[in-house]
Write a protein that binds this ligand. Sequence first.
Ligand code: KIV
Ligand code: ZN
Length: 519
Amino acid sequence: MKADKVVIFDTTLRDGEQAPGCGLGTEQKLQVADRLYRLGVDVIEAGFPVSSKGDLEAVRSIAASVGRRPGAPEICGLARCVKGDIDACAQALKPAKRPRIHVFIATSDIHLKHKLKMTREQALKRAVEHVQYAKKFVDSVEFSAEDATRTDPRYLADIVEAAIAAGATTVNIPDTTGFAIPWEYGELIAGLIRAVPNIARAVVSAHCHDDLGLSVANALAAVRAGARQIECTVNGLGERAGNTTLEETVMALKTRRDLFGVEVGIRTKEIAKASRLVSALTGVAVPPNKAIVGANAFAHSSGIHQDGILKFRRTYEIMNPADVGIEESALLLTSRSGRHALESRLKHLGFAVSKAGLDEIFVRFKELADKKRYVFDDDLAALMDTGSSGAEDEYRLEYLHASSGFGVVPTATVRLGTAGGVVQAAACGDGPVDAATRAIDKASGMRPRLLDYNLRSVTSGKDAQGEVTVRVEQNGLNILGRGASTDIVEASAKAYVNAINKLAAALRQKRRMKPRRKA
Ligand code: KIV
Ligand code: ZN
């Protein structure tokens, strides 16, 4: 038997756009609609045409573009139970191949008494009249009973039955205030399906808000109870705490198909792009820990998890990141990461490391990771690049203290490890870097001429690594040294020591090559 399809009704451009500060212009709405089309949503609620000329124009543009493409989704406009609202929808939706008008009226006693100042009977009559009126323009008419979860369930069943009899093809049961609890919402939907005799003539829809952080759970409970349309938004954008999140709901239905047994027509590989576009256009950042599309959603930080992922991805991943359009899981290298993760990342970056090499780089990686929260690829490249030149290094920077400030003479003390022990020296200079290089000169006994000094940031963030390159000259040898650290004085000292080591090695080599005098 073919599984039921759950209609994905996207309201990013209507309910989502109602979120404070998320207003979009027509051009931007067209970009979002284009992305939603690529994503494969079944219905795009493009706006509330009567609310402004701009909104009407945006809905019309979307209807005329995305709404006319091959396999176009339904393009929907929102209307109160007011003829002018429906006229505006009909006008805006005219170019669409598959237009839908969505009429709503509040049905809870709180709204009827305090907002609409209407009786239940008056509201029911209005709903019927306006569903019938919308039906004059389009076949697909959705009726929403606003604040349904705080509405008397018997009255809700009556108004839903009447709306279907008047021609509604979708009946939406909004949890407008995000008040419902999943099993309660599920029972409300199941109860309606049992109580409304003509319910089979319409699709039952869930529209949930996230005031208690339960909108996705509520929507899923509704599907379990028989709802076959979910209204949702990209990144969960929407009034107040937002709406049901499209990406979470779709991935929950897909990942747990064993439980839900329904189909969704979404091309999930497009999810990440849609999320990024909506975030960029609305300026609402996606929190890093947000499910599915947050930066950390597929990032593994603990050493145990990283080891598990490298052995068998499904140890810690229930979804494949590629399925939502994220290239690969990120093994975030931190101070908690182990050798296995480091080795795998180095291999990925193209560095072949021997066992001994890995041991050595692991020590320096840990030193760096203790200073930085995350060690990125470019940090690793810098680490590999600025590693000691190996067993031949004459000097290792073991200690550095530099001080400087306004009205203070810059000074530095360094200790260099050598084959025979340690050498130590202190010096003053024009600044802490100058003082450090002078101290290194004193300690090593070398006196190269500093030709060039360069500092650049090689990684991102406030804790970025600075890479220093120095060019020194002695006895006609022109040598480049490099060093990287989150501390620029330390990076400078490392670069200088690196140059001195290379210089010492080159001088030794030069001496070996010198022709012996004949006796
Ligand atoms: O939350 C709500 O009740 C709505 C309706 C207009 C469907 O957005
Ligand atoms: Zn809403």
